[in-house]
Design a protein around this ligand. Sequence first.
Ligand SMILES: Cc1ncc(COP(=O)(O)O)c(C=O)c1O
Length: 336
Amino acid sequence: MTDPILKEKLDKIDRIRLADLPTPVYQLKRISQELQKNIWIKRDDFTGAEMSGNKVRKLEFTIAKALKEGADVLITAGGIQSNHARATAAAAARLGLDSHLVLSISEEPEVEGNYLLDQMLGAKITLLCEDEGITLSEKMKEVAEEYRQAGRKPYIIPVGASDGVGNFGYLNTVREIMTQEEALGVRFDAIVCAVGSGGTYSGLYLGNKLFKLDRKIVGITVSDNKDYFMKVCASIVNETLASLDEQPEEDFDFTFIDGYKGRGYALSSPDELRFITEVGMKEGIILDPVYTGKAFRGLYSEVQKGTFDGCGNILFIHTGGQYGLFPKQGQVAEVL
Ligand SMILES: Cc1ncc(COP(=O)(O)O)c(C=O)c1O
């Protein structure tokens, strides 16, 4: 990283250490051969076990802020199988804090996967029916108010910890990747990730800009679409820039690819699950059904279509989420 002032500013941001870093990077040999392209993977599913995946990188910054503000209970929200909610519950327990999760449901949930772990990690849980006419954010505010009334200090972490603070997680990951490039003697022309709430992509994008790396940062959307994420990520990036006293950006050159959400967020098709299984058999890597399975499938087919022509080395970030496979075990077994 060239700019010492920027480095100093970044090093001053409050952070607590929760993740096992750096995560490994290596080439996927058989898939690279198949695609005639060097495909690499960064194993951010190795950031921990209970806290595995991308969220813990963001939580290092978000929870540091919460602690600075004196919080004693962390409130967050997501879907019933939210990886972020589970990681937050684990982080809270590790730090001796309480956690309260607001989880959206469409039907009575089975106690399995992340939802089971949430309970084993001591989280208090409020289930919110999708037709209740109240958003997750509104419900979190209500829950926080109840804690305040009881004399507690709640801190609300937005869905996915995808805000200006959580964004430092992946902004710093770019520094980690640059160090790994040097050690490996390789230049990643493109860095690719799944986009669920936008924080991972925003951090990678901003790191690439601030460190003037000129790489292609590609997000494959799995929950919403390009237009939505253009707005969300612009706002996250500018929130981070403001906190660094840097000028806001006006012209964003985000690269989002739609078309791989399949049947919808968190819904799986046999083809997607078959693809995940094939990657497991070829490379010994288990992708998750909600984010990385869809995103890596997107990358695979976009390479075949020529979207990455001109990129010699492509790095895919495995952002974790494998616990989400267990509630789908019946569907997975059908494609074996
Ligand atoms: C396993 C996994 N991968 C990727 C994502 C997407 O990351 P982001 O929410 O930062 O866009 C999420 C969460 O949304 C996730 O849990």
